[in-house]
Write a protein that binds this ligand. Structure first.
Ligand code: NAP
Length: 293
């Protein structure tokens, strides 16, 4: 290592359970979150619950729904789980009906659900492409549309957060389907914020950097080989802590961010801006995914 200051990375955040927002910020509010039973969605839902929100978790698998339900109960909040495939507008409408019956119309929608797996673009089947785009892009739009139509009809206000990914800007070698879909999700934030702002609906994006968690699929874990040592590959010298993403979401949908709309908030310790002074040799994506033996 050269002379000079010692790299120490970005500091650790306050502990789990801490909050920048006043206790009870979301008391009386209902947050509808897709994919809220696993990973980042569960962490985001938990932070809203800690601040008093009623939580509605919508996804397909009963074990995910049960895990999400337990996490919300553990922090003492009310929770409803609804079986829903966000590719199906009818499922979404039924899930919003159930949410409204239980708690009243949701004030916040977190479009967190997405599908993803690594695959070389030339080997990707049409079905793989369609499935990821259908869930990540179409599903996000269908949920946003359902939420907005109900608020527009009622003359009530609300906040939408679309969870994105940094390869919306950079492209995502090995993830052509997901990167293209996330670019659409980010673009949708900007369009919908303008269309629905006059009716009191904020629309923002929230982009996580690398946030390892226990629910990551085997495919993704395999692609991130040795997740634990990934911290030293980032300017922050660490990966994200799940609560940091939850805090960002609870701020964006809070009364303290009412004039923030059409914005995409990146929580990644500046990782996506990283460039080297001199580029390392190119290793094809094929060889990165299947190292030659
Ligand atoms: P994850 O654990 O795989 O969660 C995906 C969730 O989406 C699951 O709960 C799944 O539940 C739900 N889902 C998938 N298809 C669905 C469908 N058709 N209908 C309804 N729900 C569906 O992923 P994650 O890592 O927490 O990621 C959450 C979000 O953050 C995603 O938008 C992802 O792109 C983004 N992100 C994550 C990272 C990271 O480091 N983890 C980095 C960048 C961006 P069911 O299986 O029960 O349906």
């Amino acid at each position: 290592m050269s002379d000079g200051p010692t790299p120490i990375g970005l500091p650790e955040p306050p502990p789990l359970g801490a909050s920048a927002l006043p206790a009870g910020t979301y008391t009386g509010s209902t947050v509808f979150i897709t994919g809220g039973g696993t990973g980042l969605g569960k962490a985001i839902a938990t932070e809203f619950a800690r601040l008093g929100a009623n939580i509605v978790i919508a996804s397909r698998k009963s074990d995910h729904l049960e895990a999400g339900e337990q996490a919300i109960k553990d922090v003492g909040a009310k929770v409803l789980t609804v079986s829903c495939d966000i590719r199906e507008p009818d499922h979404i409408a039924a899930a919003f009906d159930a949410a409204t019956n239980a708690f009243g119309m949701p004030n916040v929608l977190i479009n967190n659900a997405a599908a993803n797996f690594p695959v070389l673009a030339d080997e990707m089947s049409p079905n793989a492409w369609r499935t990821v785009v259908d869930i990540t892009l179409n599903g996000t739009f269908f949920c946003a549309r359902e939420f907005a139509r109900r608020h527009l009809a009622a003359g009530s206000t609300g906040s939408i957060i679309n969870v994105g990914a940094t390869y919306a800007w950079t492209g995502g070698p090995g993830f052509a389907h997901s990167a293209a879909a996330k670019a659409g999700v980010k673009n949708m934030v900007e369009t919908l914020a303008v269309e629905w702002g006059p009716y009191g609906i904020q629309v923002n994006g929230l982009v996580p950097g690398l946030f390892p968690h226990e629910d990551m699929t085997a495919d993704i874990k395999g692609n991130l080989k040795g997740l634990d040592d990934k911290g030293d590959r980032q300017p922050a010298l660490r990966t994200g802590r799940l609560r940091e993403l939850g805090w960002a979401a609870t701020f964006l949908a809070s009364p303290y961010a009412r004039f923030v709309s059409g914005h995409t908030f990146v929580v990644d310790g500046a990782n996506w801006q990283r460039r080297s002074l001199t580029n390392p040799p190119v290793v094809t994506v094929r060889d990165q995914m299947r190292p030659p033996t």
